[in-house]
Design a protein around this ligand. Structure first.
Ligand code: ATP
Ligand code: MN
Length: 463
């Protein structure tokens, strides 16, 4: 046995008459008039391979155990299929049963299982149609992300997962410590002195690789990160995870216009890539999960995004005639209901909002001359709300220092970040894209917990 063999995806391309082997997990078995029809799948493509087993070809006891969930290898010949929806099938001549799956207790037996139920058996859901498709699209999208940046000469960069800096100056962080001893489920505090902790100071899981990415961009021009990010978000929404993957490009010699252009180009290209490379999976999502999916994605690839200032958006929201749960006026942070109204009702495609009040944005964003707003840009998408958050960064040492002071942030902690402005500073910009938000958008899946193999949310760290 070797990984170098033909996956089921490849078997469909073989000419009738070819003798071959197929490995996979049984989706269903149906018996009719001395013939068993077994659908198997190995995850390589959406479509199952249909294997025809004539009575007497394989031992009856083994055939009985070839039920949903069982793992098998069939030997046989590829033949033209009389059935609709498939060009070829396999005529079995032999079988090896690797692992049976007792039909009485196999959890993935039921058809029409809810997403909530499947989440509880996340260790088995890769074998179903929906999650097979989600994981393949996730893989294809990750590839497209790298391809997009590599094609444009960006340097792929890994920023630390454990960090002593908090990118936003506030935020929900997970602490990393060895100051507790654990033994057989008991926790004992070893010390509560940060100086005696592993790193000699408090350390946390990163909420963003941006600040570190800036250090490398100001030396190597265009860089990007693509890695895990952690936020102890307390709310259990359908759009927030405690552990998610973020794509963060950072570019020297780039202003907010260039930043918006990159974000737009990036989304269009990744979506375009999926429309061609994940056609079968997207067709499934369009049919079963989100009826407008393909139309929406094609529309995004073909049209430019609407760009507007935060102030203009607030005016539109005020004049919308809608009653929002969170009232709108200049200065408020936009809630998901506002973002969705703008993209879904008002504009009908993604919107890039710029120039937010500085009070609701991070300290590092470049201040506008009005003294009130900063060069922030958020990309909002229908159904999802915010998918990208970015900005032109403050490159002026004095302005940055006074902003840090104004906010009461610890100046000393930012010594290296300020050094970048002290020595060879340059206009620069970047953004953060939540990879799972992008996947929600591209698959139509409604809950962010269902576009990552194992989700981390409040109260949930199973598997
Ligand atoms: P939101 O307002 O939606 O909570 P944010 O403003 O906190 O997002 P940023 O700090 O701008 O988010 O992070 C950049 C991107 O990372 C966001 O645009 C979003 O796509 C994604 N993101 C942020 N928080 C989460 C989370 N908890 N789970 C999944 N993705 C997230
Ligand atoms: Mn944001």
């Amino acid at each position: 046995m070797d990984y170098r063999r033909t996956y089921i995806k490849g078997l469909f391309a073989l000419p009738a008459g070819t003798a071959t082997v197929a490995y996979g997990w049984v989706k269903t078995r149906r018996d009719s008039k001395g013939i068993s029809f077994v659908q198997i799948n190995d995850g390589s493509c959406f479509k199952d391979l249909q294997v025809i087993v004539n009575e007497g070809t394989i031992d009856a006891e083994t055939l009985k155990k070839i039920t949903t969930g069982a793992c098998v290898r069939f030997d046989g010949v590829i033949v033209d299929s009389p059935a609709a929806g498939q060009a070829v099938e396999m005529q079995a001549s032999g079988v090896e049963l690797f692992g049976p799956a007792d039909p009485l207790s196999y959890p993935l037996q039921k058809k029409g299982a809810t997403m909530e139920f499947l989440r509880e058996i996340a260790h088995l859901r890769a074998r179903g149609n929906t999650f097979g498709a989600v994981y393949r699209v996730r893989n294809e999208a990750a590839w497209a992300v790298h391809k997009f940046f590599q094609d444009r000469g960006f340097l792929y960069l890994n920023t630390p997962i454990i960090t002593a800096s908090d990118a936003e100056g506030a935020g929900a962080m997970f602490q990393v410590t060895t100051a507790v001893e654990t033994a057989h489920g008991e926790y004992k505090l070893r010390t509560n002195e940060a100086a005696q902790d592993f790193f000699g100071k408090p350390a946390f899981l990163t909420v963003s690789g941006q600040l570190e990415a800036e250090t490398v961009a100001l030396g190597m021009t265009n860089v990007y990160t693509f890695g895990p990010t952690f936020r102890a978000e307390n709310s259990s929404t359908s759009r927030h995870l405690a552990e998610f993957w973020m794509v963060e490009p950072e570019m020297a010699f780039c202003d907010i216009e260039g930043n918006m252009n990159l974000a737009e180009e990036f989304l269009r290209e990744v979506i375009g890539h999926l429309l061609t490379k994940s056609e079968e999976d997207l067709a499934f999502f369009n049919q079963r999960i989100e009826p407008q999916l393909l139309a929406t994605l094609k529309h995004v690839v073909d049209s430019s995004f609407e760009r507007m200032g935060y102030g203009e958006a607030i005016k539109m929201l005020e004049q919308s005639g809608e009653t929002f749960e969170f009232p709108v006026h200049w200065g408020v942070d936009l809630q998901s209901e506002h973002e969705r109204w703008l993209t879904e009702v008002k504009v009908g495609r993604p919107v890039i909002l710029t120039d937010y009040p500085k009070e609701i944005k991070a300290f590092y964003m470049r201040q506008n001359d009005d003294g009130k707003t900063v060069r922030a840009m958020d990309v909002l998408a229908p159904r999802i709300g915010e998918i990208i958050g970015g900005s032109q960064r403050e490159e002026r040492l004095d302005v940055l220092e006074s902003r840090i002071q104004e906010l009461g942030l610890p100046m000393e902690a930012y010594w290296w970040y300020l050094d970048l402005r002290r020595f060879g500073s340059a206009p620069h910009s970047g953004f953060g894209l939540g990879f799972e938000r992008l996947l929600m958008y591209c698959t139509g899946m409604k809950n962010i917990r269902d576009v990552i193999p194992f989700h981390r949310t409040p109260g949930h760290a199973e598997f």
